[in-house]
Design a binder for this molecule. Structure first.
Ligand code: SAH
Length: 207
């Protein structure tokens, strides 16, 4: 079976289970996850589970990327900040929804950032911007963002990231030091966060 067939079968299963937004479904059908995982792991690229990507880090399971994309409810042209580029797969899914030139992603490990840039360029998402650095500082040059999300777990949304999201914008990420909960927060005009919880999750910790 081709990678494309396997990807479509995976997305068929996700759609049956999660009732995904059409934009999320289309993005999941389009982005070639096998191109983002290490070469030796390609055969497992369309199983619904996380995979190691080097530096002790993992690419999230496809259903988690789909759920997070749904929760952000992005529109084309929205400006999005991602903390934790990893291999770049999640950034590519986001890019399918908003357009690659609207995605800004910060990765702690130089090596991963460089590899993600290469993979994104090779797969047609070269306009996604990747910065090697500490995501706790966000990426102020491109603020304000309509949305920001973390792909690594923190005890709370980093204050700089909250500052860089516009009023009315949305934040999403796994929060908690031990047990993590996927939390979405709507930022109010006064800077306050109105949170809702979306179940227990397991992500690598933010550094
Ligand atoms: N979205 C990624 C999954 C990444 S796993 C993908 O699709 O592959 C989480 C990533 O967050 C790891 O690559 C890790 O290095 C990164 N990370 C951890 N702490 C960070 C920090 N303080 N700033 C930026 N990135 C961080």
């Amino acid at each position: 079976m081709s990678f494309e067939q396997r990807r479509n079968e995976l997305v068929d299963r996700l759609v049956a289970r999660e009732n995904l937004d059409p934009a999320t479904e289309a993005a999941m059908r389009t982005v070639p996850r096998h191109e983002f995982v290490p070469e030796g792991k390609r055969n497992a690229a369309y199983a619904d589970r996380p995979l190691p990507i080097g530096e002790g880090q993992t690419i999230s399971a496809p259903h988690m990327v789909a759920i997070m994309t749904d929760l952000l409810a992005l529109d084309p042209g929205d400006e999005v900040l991602e903390i934790g580029t990893g291999c770049g797969y999640h950034a590519a899914v986001t890019a399918e929804v908003v357009g690659p030139e609207h995605v800004y992603s910060v990765e702690f490990h130089d090596e991963l950032a460089e590899r993600a840039r290469e993979t994104l360029a090779r797969t047609g998402y070269g306009e996604v911007s990747v910065l090697a650095g500490d995501g706790r500082a966000g990426w102020p040059e491109h603020a304000p963002y309509d949305a920001a999300y973390l792909t690594c777990a923190a005890s709370n949304f980093p204050p700089a990231v909250v500052d860089q999201v516009r009023a009315g914008g949305v934040l999403l990420g796994p929060l908690g030091d031990g047990r993590q909960v996927l939390v979405r927060a709507l930022k109010g005009e006064d800077g306050s966060l109105e949170r809702d919880r979306h179940g227990h999750v397991r992500f690598v910790p933010l550094k």
